[in-house]
Design a protein around this ligand. Sequence first.
Ligand code: FAD
Length: 356
Amino acid sequence: MTNRSPSESRRIAIVGAGIAGLACARTLAQAGHQVSVFEASDVAGGRVTTYESPFGGFDAGAQYFTVRDDRFARALEATVPGLARRWSANAVRVLDAGGRVVEASPPGREAHWVTTPAMSELPRRWALPLQASGQLQTSTRVTRLQRDALDTTRWQLHTESADGGQQVFGGFDSVLLALPPSDLRLLLSRSKHAARLAKRIEAVEVAPCWTLMMAFPNAAQPGLQTLGPQWNAARSTHHRVAWLARESSKPGRNPIERWTVQASAVWSREHESDDEARATAKLLKAFSEVTGIRAAPAWSKAVLWHEAKTTEPLGESFVWDAELRVGLAGDWCLGARMEDAFVSGLDLALRTLEQS
Ligand SMILES: Cc1cc2nc3c(=O)[nH]c(=O)nc-3n(C[C@H](O)[C@H](O)[C@H](O)COP(=O)(O)OP(=O)(O)OC[C@H]3O[C@@H](n4cnc5c(N)ncnc54)[C@H](O)[C@@H]3O)c2cc1C
C-alpha cells in the first residue's frame, strides 16, 4: 500500500460491492486513500453469487468468466493465485430449439474460468481485507447523496440498514457509484446535486433474466452418473432458454447432478411479472425439450434478475464528472461480463487517482 500523508489522503465513498466496486475500492485503498464501501446486500459480490441448496451450490449469477485484459489476469494471479480453474465448458454447444447440436465450438477456444469452490469465492476474497479494516459496510443501502452540510465542497451519503435504521456519513471528497443502471437512476433522481449524471447513461439498457436451478440427486446412483446429454454447457436458440449448464461438472464442486438454466432476455422480459411457480413450470418444460431429461428435479428454485445482462453498453469504461468528483462504474459501461465490471471499476479508480 502507498503511504500518503494525511493531507494527501482523500476520503472516498464507493457505493456497491460487486466486482466493479471491489476493484475500484481495492485500487484506491492500495494507493493510500481512506475508502468507505457501502453495500445494500448482506454480502459483497452482487451478480457474482452462489445459491446454496441441500444438494450443493449453484452459480445463480455469473456462470464463469473469460480473461481478455492483462490487468484482470494480473489481479487474479496476484490476489487469488490458484483460485480460478479452467472449466471444460470451452466446448460449449449451440443447440436448436429441439436440443439438436448445430454448432460445437472446438476445445482450445477462449478459456472459461470458474473459481472454486464457487463463483462467490472471488468477491468474498476480494472483500476480506476491506471488511477486516472496517472499510466495507454490508446491509447498508445508500438512499441519497448530497453536499455535505458542514463543508459544501464535500459529499454526504444517507443510508438505510436492513433493519430500517437510517444514518448519514459525511466528509467525502469523491463518491463513486458502482451500481447497475436502475439503481443508479433511482439514486441520482433523489440527489439534486448529482442528478445531471443520469443524462450520461440514458442510452444504457440491461435485460432481465429468469434463472432456474435444479438438483437431481437420484442421478448419482451407481451406474447412472449423469442424466441426459453428454455436454456440460450449451447456448440454446429455444425461445425460452438461452443457456444451460451442468453445475456439477465445474471443478471443485459437489458431484450431485445439478443444472442451471438461464432464460432468454426476450422471454424473461415477457415474463417479468410471472411468479416463481409459473416461471419454474415453463422453464422446466423448455429444459426437458432441450436436454431430453424428463425426470422431475428433487429440488428447484427460480430467481428473477431484473437487471442481468447489458444489451446496450455505454461504450466507455466509466463516467467521471471532474467538477462534482462523482463517478459511475459497472459492467454496463463496456458490456455484460465480470471482466467488464473489473475493468470499469479499475479505470474509474485510476481516473480518481489522477485528480487526487
Ligand atoms: C444470470 C446472470 C448470468 C451471468 N453470466 C455471466 C457469465 O457467465 N460470465 C460473465 O462474465 N458475466 C456474467 N454475468 C454478468 C456479471 O455477473 C456482471 O457483469 C458483474 O457481476 C457485474 O458487476 P458490477 O459490479 O458491475 O454490478 P453488480 O454485481 O450488480 O454489483 C452492484 C452492487 O451494488 C449493490 N447496490 C445496489 N444498489 C445499492 C445502493 N443503493 N446502495 C448500496 N449498494 C447497492 C448491489 O447489492 C450489488 O452488490 C451474468 C449475470 C447474471 C445476472
